[in-house]
Design a protein around this ligand. Sequence first.
Ligand SMILES: Cc1cc2nc3c(=O)[nH]c(=O)nc-3n(C[C@H](O)[C@H](O)[C@H](O)COP(=O)(O)OP(=O)(O)OC[C@H]3O[C@@H](n4cnc5c(N)ncnc54)[C@H](O)[C@@H]3O)c2cc1C
Length: 397
Amino acid sequence: MKRRDELPFLIAGGGIGGLAAALALARKGFPVRVLEQSTEFREVGAGIQLGPNVFRVLDKLGLKEQVLADAWRPAAQEMRCALSGESVTRIPLGNAFFAKFGEPYAVTHRHDLHRAFLDAARESDLIYLEPGTRVVDFVEDSGLVEVALEGPDTSSRKTIKGRALIGCDGMWSLAREKIVGDGPPRVSGHIAYRAVLKRNEVPDDLWSPDVVLWAGPRTHFVHYPLRRGELYNLVAVFHSDRYVEGWNAEADASELWTHFKGQRPEVLRMLERIETWRMWVLCDREPIKEWSNGSVTLLGDAAHPMLQYLAQGACMATEDAYWLAEKVAAQSGDLPAAFRAYQEQRYLRTGRVQIMARVYGEFYHARGVTAELRNQMLGSRTPEDAYEGIAWLYGGM
Ligand SMILES: Cc1cc2nc3c(=O)[nH]c(=O)nc-3n(C[C@H](O)[C@H](O)[C@H](O)COP(=O)(O)OP(=O)(O)OC[C@H]3O[C@@H](n4cnc5c(N)ncnc54)[C@H](O)[C@@H]3O)c2cc1C
């Protein structure tokens, strides 16, 4: 049933989480307004890995084929030692993987995933997209939420009302600050440098169809194809105490070279191809159990920011969106109860990913005996062992 005349759900943030939430709610017939501070809806360029768990949700939202059309299907995930060049472990992602999880593994450009959500949102007559609109404050009043907004010109302030507010405003969430109030995110001490090359900029002997991770002491380097193989994604991560807020700062290449010195020529030759790097200072938070208050709730990085070592932040945001809409549809007359049911559904799964992502990061960056042990443990696994080990994540949603 469409409820076009009802007050809308207000969504702060039009990233992957915000648009997924808008779409999931609209698919249940609810009107939505998406308030995005940037003057256009877009994602900064880089690759993103998509586990089978997110394809289960994309299928339900009717976007699976569209996302797969632009994605790349790697044949395997491989970890190589960045010092010796040896293959530590290789997990096939083909037929046996599909038979186990019923959905594929894919990698795609962040922009392409966001675009799939954006196109679907634009086609919906229940979703109203408002770029250049920053949420600066909100109050709950008689079961409604009144939200203060600022345009690009900060003097243009107005307030609007909605049935509820969903904070999809990312790592430095204003909504979280108001309803959870646990201060800034935890700085991990890890920095990610990223770049995207065209296929013809990658030497043939260095190009691989797989997701390849070079594990080094306190570093790792990942590369894989993007956009049907036309592009190549590179992410180099190392330990550093530097802190710059945001996701798109220009990076200092000399700092990168200090950390990757002495690694395999394949790693160094690939790193040399990059003229300009962009960087992320990686942050997360401790898992929490409650991220809703009355008619206000959180979703995606605002609710459970995680390190990227399990490649699941956007997948978790998309899963959240599905479950939020399910719980709202089941209890649309009592949104505070629906939001409590949603967080109850999600907090243990997302908390486990937050914690396990830290563990994987330690594993990737191991040195000395720890690295030897890692290689021994991972090297002795069969693909079936590897699938079983990650079934808690890829098998659910
Ligand atoms: C290096 C790296 C690699 C990653 N790799 C993967 C991967 O392979 N797979 C995966 O699933 N995830 C990955 N992630 C995680 C993923 O990118 C994030 O978890 C995901 O983008 C979070 O989406 P979100 O919509 O919750 O937040 P965001 O993408 O941060 O979106 C928040 C939006 O809210 C807007 N906003 C903020 N404040 C306001 C306000 N006050 N008013 C209005 N708008 C506001 C912002 O402009 C932004 O558009 C990776 C992350 C990093 C750093």
